[in-house]
Design a binder for this molecule. Sequence first.
Ligand SMILES: Nc1nc2c(ncn2[C@@H]2O[C@H](COP(=O)(O)OP(=O)(O)O)[C@@H](O)[C@H]2O)c(=O)[nH]1
Ligand SMILES: [Mg+2]
Length: 354
Amino acid sequence: MKVMFVGLPKSGKSTLYAAVTGKAVDPYAPPEVHQAVVKVPDERLTHLTALCKPKKTIEATIEFYDVPGCSPEDAHGREDWRKFLPIARQAELLVVVVRDFANDAVPAHKDRVDAAADFTAMWDELIFADLDTVTTRVEKLEASLKKPTKTHDAEKRELALLSRCRDALESETPLSSVLTTDDERKLVSSFAFMTQKPIVCVRNVSDDEAGTAEGLPADHVEASLALSASIEAEIAQLEPEDRQLFLDDLGLATPARDRLIQTCYTACGLISFLTMGPDECRAWTIRKGSTAVEAAGKIHTDLAHGFIRGETVAYDDLVANTDMKGAKAAGKVRAEGRSYVVQDGDILNILSSA
Ligand SMILES: Nc1nc2c(ncn2[C@@H]2O[C@H](COP(=O)(O)OP(=O)(O)O)[C@@H](O)[C@H]2O)c(=O)[nH]1
Ligand SMILES: [Mg+2]
C-alpha cells in the first residue's frame, strides 16, 4: 500500500514522516518527494515467530511518501505543488496533515493556526486538481467527437461519465461518490483521481496535547486522528525499552506509527492474514472480503490455480490452545473451501495440487 502525506507547508508532514519511517528529512533541502518502506508492526506475527522459531519472518510492508507542501494562495505555490501530482496520484491513500500547534520558532503557513480551514484549503486543492484533469480531457473528447473517428462510441461513453464527474467536482463532491461501479472506475482508472482516494486526516497538535487530543471532525474523510508529530519523531529515535516509558508518561498506549498504520489499513479496507511454518512466518495484506482462493493467489498464483482447500485457524483460537497441535485437538482448525471469506488474523495453510 502506498500512503502519501499531503498538506499545507509547515503542517508537520516531514516530521510525521520521520516519526513513522525513522528517517529524518533535512528542512533546508530543496523540495522533493521522500519515500520509505515501513514494516507493519504486528504482535501476532511476533508471537507466531516465538512459537515456530522459523528460519525467517516476513512482515507486511507499507510505503510512505512525503510530498512538499501546497501553497494554494499563490499561483507559483500551486504550480510547484502540482509538479508532484503525478507521484501523489500513485497513492492508494492520502494522509492530510493539518497544523494545530503553536511554535513561535516556526510560524504557521500564512501565520494562521486553523486546522479546519487548512483541511478545507487542502481538500479544495484536491478538487481543483481533478477538475483540471477532467476539463482538459472533456475538451479533448469534444474536439475529437467532431471529427469522424472509429472510436466514437467509446469516446461518447467516456465523455458522458466525465461530464458527470465535472458536474460533481463543481459542486465539491468527491469522485469516490460518482464512480461507484467497477465499469465506471475502469473507464477512468488511468487518471488516478485524487478525490477517489480514501483520506485520513491527521491533526498535528502541540506536545502537551499529545495524549489527550482527538481527531478533527472533517467531511469526506475515512478516519481522523490526533498526534504530536514532533514528540512522536523523538519517540521513534528512542531505544525500544525506553519508548514504552515515554509513551506511558504521555498517556499513550502505542506510538503514532502503529496508530497511523492501523488507521490506514482500516481506511483502505485492508486486513492481514498469516502463514506459519518452520521455514517462514509471514503476514500478508489483502482486501477485506477476499476469499481463500484470492488469499492463495496472493502467496503464489500456482497455489490459487491448484487450490484444494484452506486449513484455517483464527489467531486468538491458536493462542488460547497454545499451539497448532492444541488448536487441532480442540477442533479449532477448520477446512475451508475456495469461497471462504478470510478474516483478519486468520492463520492459513493452503493445500494445493500445484
Ligand atoms: N511544537 C511542535 N512543532 C512541530 C510539530 N510538528 C512539526 N513541528 C515543527 O514545525 C516545523 C515544520 O515541520 P515540517 O515537518 O518540516 O513541516 P512540513 O512543511 O509540513 O513538512 C519543524 O520545525 C517542526 O519541528 C509539533 O507537533 N509540535
Ligand atoms: Mg516537508
